[in-house]
Design a protein around this ligand. Sequence first.
Ligand code: GLP
Length: 261
Amino acid sequence: MIKVIITPDAHTLAIAASQFIAGRLLRRPNLVLGLATGGTVIDLYSELVRRYKAGEIDFNHVTTFNLDEYVGLPPYHPQSYQTFMFKHLFSHINIPRSHIHLLNGMAQDTKRECRDYETAIAATGGIDLQILGIGRNGHIAFNEPGAKRNSRTRKVRLSDDTIAANGDGRFFKNSNVVPHEALSMGIETIMEAREILLLATGSGKSLAIKRALQEPPSDDLPASFLQTHPACTFILDREASSLLNNQQVTFEIISHERIRA
Ligand code: GLP
């Protein structure tokens, strides 16, 4: 059953999520971490950087795999996920460059790029903790509605809703300049992580969160497949949790205090 932690606001959520990750890192310094991009994780990454600078955590032995990358954007393009990751996290911590794995959206042979990515994940022994955001249509990584439960890393088409969400001025100026394709870990790849932490803030995510937790798993809403994962936690702010029906027991609310456990 998915564990749910509800925090009052997005700032507290970032602190709670960084505490969760710091706990796992202290237990396992060579953690293999799956990482997400998007507005939701920006504050989380600043909190992780703050903890690193305060000497609380160390990334020297950590390995990372990012979930996805836009097809056709060079790695140093201002809107590439590689640029995002260096800007918000990697440039500020002591992770060795060779431990960072990002999909190459410019790869000529995308099938090979995706196959090599899966091989690299397997070679580390698999992802210990996968961080996820969620699209307002319930996507995880770029697994859009309709993505299969057994999908692996591959080239995908972005839905119109995702193109609109990512072209709203926060990242791309408008939807006309958002790439239509991406390379993305598949649902099966994500589900193989030993533990999953999904973060969601704001009322725009509340319907996707309700459906992910309270509707039967289906490819209509990819995040709903997480219900079948053995160790999945959602950290939500109050707005993202606002449509949950507490009478319908499909998840377990745990207190913030249990993050350390
Ligand atoms: C993007 C990413 C996802 C992310 C989602 C939510 O399209 N591919 O991995 O979870 O959108 O983004 P945001 O946090 O900006 O709402």
